[in-house]
Design a protein around this ligand. Structure first.
Ligand code: ADP
Ligand code: MG
Length: 358
């Protein structure tokens, strides 16, 4: 069931020479009980879209719907939507419990009930013993959880989260990713999450909208976005990709032949319908490529030499020089016993599986 719909929403700031199109005819449906992420580089319009959904900003054109009803004129406090910002914005002079009950009491909920609800929420974020402290007595991660408890307390239909983890250090951020996912699953509330961090988006989301220049470039489940990026921007922004020039010709048997560096030809059993032939750019994930020692390579391999080796513990990334100013990154998993170590300058064969080529 659709909770939030954006229908051809545009937002233009300023005019004349200062005109900025922050959102350009964005349409998206966000479902009930979904962890939905808007992902894209800085300035692509993520915050603007979130602020429009929250009611902090008005669309220049288009509509935002909540469960099918137009929201355009409803002020933020009348929407069953709450927001968690990057800065936790807790009241420093109120206790943790009071920070949570404040909004509830403003809504006319009596104190005893509000206190009860606050304690439930503190339980939910696993800070039950901290109700009587003030925010300055808590760590950054704990303050973030209080901000979440406060935002979840009125049981909104939708929780908007604008880069809520970006102020935390890496370890804490990873912990909070798990925590946020758990809170979303346990409460069943629709989360609309904004991040510029593709790993975070892949790890947490049911679906991701990848944005660029005020437009949504692709919407899909993490696997779909990673495995079947619709264009070069998405393939480049999400994860690592190699881009190589190639030449594609249709063969008589309905298959296609792709020529890569060194006149290396790969038979592609199927290509996307409408795929243009001739000069193309292919993308391929580094972990889909394999390496073999030169003496084990045959004509199915791209030959090259190891330009650099970066050891990451769980995996190793090799940069392979194919000649003609072309290099590819190859990522091999360590600890499988299957892969040899290759040193700088060594000649190697790169295995390019046909089904990994986009
Ligand atoms: P993101 O959150 O993806 O980094 P924003 O939604 O904040 O991007 O901004 C999108 C574009 O709109 C940017 O070019 C930004 O400078 C511009 N913008 C955002 N808010 C305003 C504003 N209040 N006035 C003028 N320009 C704005
Ligand atoms: Mg932003």
């Amino acid at each position: 069931e659709v909770v939030i719909s954006a229908r051809s929403v545009s937002k233009i700031f300023g005019s004349g020479a200062d005109k900025v199109t922050a959102l350009d005819a964005v349409s998206v449906d966000i479902f009930q009980n979904e962890f939905f992420t808007m992902l894209g580089p800085s300035g692509c319009g993520k915050t603007t879209l979130l602020r429009l959904i929250g009611g902090f900003e008005e669309a220049s054109s288009g509509k935002i719907l909540l469960e099918g009803n137009e929201l355009n004129d409803l002020p933020p406090y009348k929407r069953p939507i709450n927001t968690v910002f990057q800065s936790y914005a807790l009241f420093p002079h109120l206790t943790v419990r009071q920070n949570i009950t404040f909004g509830l009491e403003m809504q006319g909920i009596d104190r005893a009930k509000a206190n009860h609800r606050a304690d439930e929420m503190l339980e939910l974020v696993r800070l039950a013993q901290y109700g009587d402290r003030v925010p300055s007595q808590l760590s950054g991660g704990q303050q973030q959880r209080i901000a979440l408890a406060r935002a979840l307390a009125p049981a909104p239909k939708v929780l908007l989260l604008d880069e809520p983890l970006s102020a935390l250090d890496l370890k804490l951020r990873k912990e909070m990713q798990v925590e946020l996912k758990r809170l979303q699953t346990e409460t069943g509330i629709t989360f609309v999450f904004v991040t510029h961090d593709q790993e975070e988006a892949l790890a947490m989301s049911d679906r991701i909208a990848v944005m660029q220049f005020g437009k949504i470039q692709q919407i899909g489940a993490p696997r779909e976005i990673y495995d079947e990026p619709t264009d070069r921007f998405v393939a480049d922004f999400i994860g690592d990709s190699n881009f190589l020039p190639g030449n594609l010709v249709a063969a008589a048997n309905g298959k296609h032949a792709l020529t890569l560096a060194n006149q290396h030809v790969i038979e592609l059993p199927s290509v996307r319908s409408g795929q243009k032939t001739g000069d193309v750019t292919i993308s391929i994930r580094p972990e889909r490529l394999g390496l073999v020692a030169e003496n084990l390579a045959d004509q199915t391999h791209l030959m090259g030499s190891v330009k650099s080796v970066i050891y990451f513990g769980t995996d190793t990334t090799y940069e392979i020089d194919l000649g003609n100013d072309q290099t590819v990154k190859v990522r091999t998993q360590n600890g499988t016993g299957a892969m040899d170590d290759f040193g700088r300058g060594e000649r190697v064969g790169v295995h390019v599986p046909a089904d990994a080529i986009r």
